[in-house]
Write a protein that binds this ligand. Sequence first.
Ligand SMILES: C[S@@+](CC[C@H](N)C(=O)[O-])C[C@H]1O[C@@H](n2cnc3c(N)ncnc32)[C@H](O)[C@@H]1O
Length: 229
Amino acid sequence: MSDLLAEQLAYYRARAGEYDDWWLRRGRYDRGPEASATWRAEAAEVEKALDAMAPHGAALELACGTGIWTARLAPHASSLLAVDGAPEALALAAARLRGEAHVRFESANLFDWRPPRRFDRVCFGFWLSHVPEERFDDFWGLVRDALAPGGQFFLVDSLHEATSTARDHALAPAAAGVQARRLADGRRFEVVKVYHAPEALTARLARLGFAAALRATPNYFLYGSGRVA
Ligand SMILES: C[S@@+](CC[C@H](N)C(=O)[O-])C[C@H]1O[C@@H](n2cnc3c(N)ncnc32)[C@H](O)[C@@H]1O
């Protein structure tokens, strides 16, 4: 793993206990009631799309983190394998999904990992933006290898919007490909952050042999589903 990818994983390991503050718009991520309401409305649009895609059958979640999306996938799936590189995040996800016997967690470096079988659904939230450009094609090779015939992927990710991140983060230009992040205790890390736009990503995926239907919410999220064409 490159130094930057190792630093990215170290950041998420150290951040696990405070990770949900971002999604729940708490503490440093609280940008005021109006922004929070907008965030929640846009998140609801994504959640509705995921539910509509009916992630049934055998599901795989890549970079599950603390289990925010795992909890949404679990009621649909007959089995769910959730993979992440941060044991600290996996412990929180396992606690969140306690009692869900059909959900299994695995700790692995996704840049080395290969799927053990094929899945009807492959989902990844806020992961694609952390895949460096030079690993983009390999990552989609993993998705292709993981999908059963007729299977679908679902992704959600960040748009380049300053109020998405913490108040003490200065958002670097989208073209930078790297963002600086701080933990609540002030420790500073750099992570890969590649922002994708729906049209360009759809076209790029078509060149890799995927048919995708992707869209953006007004401010915060890129999301959608697709399949091998
Ligand atoms: C932005 S979080 C997304 C978490 C979750 N999907 C969500 O939407 O809340 C990125 C996740 O990628 C994981 N991660 C970072 N580098 C990784 C690697 N090399 N292999 C596996 N997981 C990694 C982190 O531990 C973290 O949980």
